[in-house]
Design a protein around this ligand. Structure first.
Ligand SMILES: N[C@@H](CCC(=O)N[C@@H](CS)C(=O)NCC(=O)O)C(=O)O
Length: 209
């Protein structure tokens, strides 16, 4: 009897979905990627997604343990099961960085990019997202002045999560040249075997890998 593959619902423009798919690929978890068109109103999106999604947002991940939304909750689920990429003894520090990401870079830069690319946002709001993004990059730079990855010498989901939206920095009109140690960290991540740019990884309308 064949066991159904885990399913990831995501979208090519979604850095939060990218964080999950990149982790699945790096961990070698076979899964089915289901593309969700986010243009239609929430209730009119693909019915299997509407039925599965607790908040109406991608990503949503389904495996034998159940259905999970929230990118960082999914990352914790995966590394808890696997033990690599920040699971095992590093789990508490991994969790700390994932909570930071959710409130900081995954909020500031994600919304700055969204405001500049997809929405006509009030300039004062855009300026607030920009100030906050810059403060978050200052904070990240402090880490990479001292160590190659957030947890030390090897990459983890803390890095995958905090870097996710930084691969869209140009779309947020952020020049990473101001933060060379952050740029060096992103280059190291991009050189990890199995790493791919968000558009490369998330483009397939539907894929099994
Ligand atoms: N905190 C959530 C954020 C998820 C999120 O903002 N998803 C966006 C795409 S990146 C979405 O589904 N937008 C469509 C909508 O809200 O209807 C996470 O980390 O997964």
């Amino acid at each position: 009897m064949s066991v159904p593959l885990p399913i990831l619902y995501g979208n090519r423009e979604s850095g939060h979905s990218y964080k999950v798919r990149q982790t699945l690929v790096l961990l070698g978890v076979a899964h089915e990627y289901r593309y969700v068109d986010l243009q239609p109103p929430r209730a009119e999106r693909r019915p299997d997604f509407v039925a599965a999604s607790p908040y109406g947002e991608v990503p949503v991940f389904i495996d034998e343990d159940g259905t999970l939304a929230q990118s960082n909750a999914i990352l914790l689920h995966l590394v808890r099961r696997d033990g690599r990429l920040g699971g095992g003894a590093d789990l508490d520090r991994t969790t700390q960085w994932l909570f930071w990401e959710a409130n900081r870079i995954g909020f500031s830069l994600a919304n700055l990019r969204f405001a500049l690319r997809f929405a006509a946002e009030d300039p004062a709001v855009v300026a607030m997202f920009r100030r906050r993004t810059e403060a978050d990059l200052d904070r990240l730079a402090q880490e990479f002045d001292r160590r190659p990855y957030l947890l030390g010498n090897t990459p983890s989901v803390a890095d995958i999560s905090c870097a996710g939206y930084l691969f869209f920095a140009d779309q947020a009109e952020i020049d990473l040249g101001r933060w060379p140690s952050v740029g060096g960290w992103l280059d190291r991540l991009a050189a990890t075997p199995g790493w791919a740019h968000p558009y490369e990884l998330m483009d397939a309308k539907q894929a099994v890998s």
